[in-house]
Design a protein around this ligand. Structure first.
Ligand code: PBG
Length: 375
């Protein structure tokens, strides 16, 4: 049957049940994310027995056609831990399969990551004990471990994106992300910002494409942006850990970088309360107004609602951090044979994307690449 133009219009009308429901400006947000109409308005689409939801799910080909979310290698950021020395490959007990690498081996890994199509690496230094001080002075040393790693990887693999964590916890004797006033235990906001502004600048000068402040001080994004701009680094990106929660899921990370043993108290005076969501939106708004190019929600899976809210509210590049404790849970349960690692991993990463994440930091990036290749 030749389709009459009116029929075509009818069909289009029918396929967009929300068309007459609300003004289009309420449905289409600047972000491009579509807000669905209330569920009752979908009911006229059909009812059983004429409508059978299982029809679309019958075949692999139809399931693939109707899939709303796709995960690809382009969504992955691979965090790497860097240790001093050469030829070092040190396992992390609480993160099976994750190895801390000396710079030479990190360069080899970056080559493999680039060949696999992973867009970016996130680097974290494991600082030797004798370089930790109360004032974290090693943080702004242009020849510290992280800057040497950035330079070496950038030289060998110029096409891979390099993300560097901006925070003082690798360099302080007390394991906090900011400077600590010994007399009363307060983490000093503005004093910390002065140090991390320098830290971000030396990292950017060493080849860091994206500086990623993770210490949750107030006003850091604006200060870091101004510091970078003053140094002629207008093109360095800032990915703000905007909604970073005071989470128990960071435990294995602190084992890996050996900051856990140092940590006095907890980080609840600067990282967010897991009970809060409006506050996350406000944090993101502030960081964007100060010049953040990308924002992050962290941890990932326990905070899917936050990812969705941030994505809907701002429509800016939003990353999720599938953190160390989340990785450890998957590995541990799989090691017991209680869950299927490959399938739970892909399901987890797909869930993060479905919630609205544009990219995901995950220690399982190489395994995800392997699974995505297999299809
Ligand atoms: C430190 C930092 C942490 C993580 C990333 N950057 C730990 C913390 O805040 O204590 C955690 C990452 C993970 O658990 O995988 N600034």
């Amino acid at each position: 049957m030749r389709m009459h133009p009116t029929n075509v219009r009818m069909i289009l009308l029918r396929r967009r049940p929300w068309r007459n429901h609300q003004l289009s400006s309420e449905i289409y947000r600047p972000s491009g994310s579509v807000r669905m109409p209330p569920a009752q308005d979908l009911l006229p689409l059909g009812a059983f027995p004429r409508t059978r939801m299982r029809r679309n799910r019958q075949f692999d080909w139809s399931r693939r056609l109707v899939a709303e979310t796709t995960l690809s290698v382009n969504d992955l950021i691979w965090p790497l831990f860097i240790v001093p020395g050469e030829g070092q490959r040190l396992p992390v007990a609480s993160m099976p399969g994750v190895e801390r690498l000396s710079i030479d081996l990190a360069v080899d890994t970056a080559v493999i990551a680039a060949e696999a199509g992973i867009p970016a690496l996130a680097l974290f230094p494991v600082t030797p004990d004798d370089l930790r001080t109360p004032d974290a002075r090693a943080a702004a040393d242009p020849d510290n471990l992280i800057c040497r790693a950035l330079r070496a990887i950038k030289r060998a693999v110029p096409t891979i994106g390099l993300i560097g964590d901006v925070a003082l916890d690798p360099y302080t004797t007390h394991g906090h992300d900011g400077l600590l006033r010994e007399s009363d235990g307060v983490i000093l906001n503005d004093e910390t910002i002065a140090v991390i502004t320098e830290q971000a600048r030396v990292m950017a000068e060493a080849g860091c494409d994206v500086v990623a402040p993770s210490e949750m001080m107030d006003g850091r994004i604006g200060a870091i942006r101004d510091g970078l701009d003053r140094a002629g680094l207008q093109h360095t990106l800032i990915c703000s850990y905007a909604a970073k929660y005071a989470s128990a899921f960071y435990g294995p990370f602190r084992d890996a970088v050996k900051s856990g043993g140092y940590l006095k108290g907890d980080k609840r005076t600067y990282q967010m309360d897991p009970a809060n969501t409006d506050e996350a939106v406000r944090e993101v708004a502030l960081d964007l107004s100060e010049g953040a190019d990308m924002v992050m929600v962290k941890p990932g899976l326990p905070y899917l609602d936050i990812i969705r809210r941030v994505k809907d509210a701002f429509g800016v590049p939003t990353f999720a951090y599938h953190v160390s404790g989340e990785y450890a849970m998957l590995s541990a349960a799989a090691a017991h044979g209680w869950i299927d690692y490959d399938r739970t991993l892909l399901e987890t990463l797909t869930s993060l994307k479905r919630a609205g994440a544009d990219a995901i930091l995950t220690y399982a990036a190489p395994e995800a690449v392997r699974l995505l290749r297999r299809g």
